[in-house]
Design a protein around this ligand. Structure first.
Ligand SMILES: [Zn+2]
Length: 182
């Protein structure tokens, strides 16, 4: 399984966030979000791979029920593959299901750099993940709390827990830099 240390050994990725440390953010403990920061850094590394292929930098990882083991990862590949459904979350949960041999990802956590869209939110409900963790909010298309809240719609039987705002600044900066540089 890839670990955070493995990723950090890779060549420098200029699309990855390397902003100055934020002393306030780093010193104030956040018991809800802090446990997911390491996984979000893996998702950020995935997002960097999307940008290298000309895709909007969004990355995702699926964690096993232990909350640490990475089952699968994915990044946005719409441009790279010409597939409109090739969003990071869809690719990551497909790969996680292939890895486990089970379409139900019960107990698993999906960690993604950007708030899921309606398609991905629907796919996440279908996958039965226990938890969705995301970084930046997407006020224009987000479907996990911003514009819609598909994942926590009370009319659905399965409603994953949602934790937002993990390394949100880093996740948002990656997108801002990508669009500025185009
Ligand atoms: Zn999506």
């Amino acid at each position: 399984m890839p670990t955070e240390q493995d990723r950090e050994g890779e060549p420098a990725d200029h699309s990855a966030p390397h902003g100055p440390p934020d002393p306030v953010r780093d010193l104030v403990p956040d018991p809800v979000r802090d446990p997911w920061r390491a996984a979000m850094r893996l998702a950020l590394a995935e997002a960097g791979r999307a940008a290298r292929g000309g895709d909007v930098p969004v990355g995702a990882v699926v964690l096993a029920p232990d909350g640490r083991t990475v089952l699968a990862a994915g990044h946005n590949e719409r441009e790279a593959t010409g597939d409109p459904t090739a969003h990071a979350e869809v690719l990551a949960i497909r790969r996680a299901a292939a890895e486990t041999g089970e379409w139900r990802l019960a107990g698993c956590t999906l960690v993604v750099t950007l708030e899921p869209c309606t398609m991905c939110a629907g796919a996440l409900v279908q996958s039965r993940v226990d938890r969705v963790v995301y970084g930046a909010r997407d006020d224009k298309a987000g479907a996990a709390g911003s514009l819609w809240d598909v994942v926590r719609d009370r009319r659905l039987n399965h409603r994953p827990e949602v934790i937002e705002g993990v390394l949100a600044d880093d996740c948002a900066r990656l997108l801002t830099d990508f669009f500025r540089d185009r």
